[in-house]
Design a binder for this molecule. Structure first.
Ligand code: GLU
Length: 281
């Protein structure tokens, strides 16, 4: 497996006006929807004569597997998608996320939270992403009470009622309201893992990402990430959210729909053009 063992961000992007990234989570095999999104990210970076970094989002050690990481490399190469510089592994950058956690604590944005994901699920069993109720908020603590994030969940306190507006390259103006479209969200969990939201914001900033290309299932996450970036004193990148790919029954492709993994399509004789044609057609 190739990769960056130090957790340091590669310098290949230093001179580029456009810096994009591919950010797969290796909890399963990539499917045709990933192929589409990654191909679009690649195309936008190459058209802009920019730089494209591959970042493996492997923070959740209980769900990420080395064979899925290897499959990412293989699938991308097979699709003709290349990247620049060394691969970045989030699992090697925990110290950097911890520094960001500390900064959020010192600035009064986060609080330790006894409520679990399960509590939230029981509140709204059918909602895909239940909104964390503000009544469940704990007070923001004094920073010197905590030496580190260990042992509890930590949530970001969203500014209720604040409208987050951003321009998307494909979808135009998007607006989400804090406290209504999304509530307080995790930045660190009690198992000791920084959240997706925190790690992405820290890394997009550290890597000098100028445009994020990803699936439109993450539109609400974008609003969270804009608030998090502001709280950390970072500028946000530009955004480009790609349409999701559905199966013949109209269901959104997910890693669990293994029959449409790139590996499976390939083993059935599909060519890269078939896979990309299938998803764009
Ligand atoms: N790692 C995330 C995923 O696979 C995408 C992260 C992002 O593009 O911001 O869903």
């Amino acid at each position: 497996m190739q990769g960056n063992t130090s957790g340091v961000i590669p310098a290949a992007n230093a001179a580029s006006a456009y810096v994009g990234r591919l950010a797969p989570t290796p909890t399963g095999y990539l499917h045709a929807g990933h192929a589409r999104t990654f191909h679009q990210a690649w195309q936008r970076a190459r058209t802009a004569a920019g730089c494209l970094i591959l970042r493996i989002e492997d923070l959740d050690e209980s769900r990420c597997k080395p064979e899925y990481v290897d499959a990412v490399f293989e699938d991308l190469r097979w699709l003709g998608i290349d990247w620049d510089g060394e691969v970045v592994f989030q699992s090697r950058r925990k110290i950097v996320y911890c520094t960001a956690w500390r900064r959020l604590l010192e600035r009064g944005w986060i609080y330790p939270c006894p409520r679990s994901r399960k509590d939230l699920g029981t509140l709204a069993p059918h909602a895909e992403e239940p909104v964390f109720p503000s009544a469940w908020r704990s007070p923001v603590p004094s920073p010197d009470r905590y030496a580190g994030p260990e042992g509890t969940n930590w949530r970001f306190q969203v500014p209720d009622g604040v409208s987050v507006v951003f321009e998307d390259a494909l979808k135009g103006r998007i607006q989400k309201t804090a406290g209504i479209d999304f509530g307080d969200f995790l930045v660190w969990n009690r198992e000791g893992v920084p959240s997706y939201e925190l790690a992405v914001v820290v890394d997009d900033h550290a890597m000098g990402i100028t445009e994020v290309v990803r699936g439109e299932d993450l539109l609400t996450s974008t609003a969270r990430q804009i608030l998090l970036a502001q709280a950390l004193g970072y500028n946000s990148p530009r955004w480009c959210h790609t349409p999701l790919v559905c199966d013949a029954h109209g269901r959104r492709l997910a890693k669990r729909s293994g029959s449409l993994s790139i590996q499976t399509l390939r083993s059935r004789g599909a060519s890269p053009a078939d896979v990309l044609g299938f998803v764009t057609g």
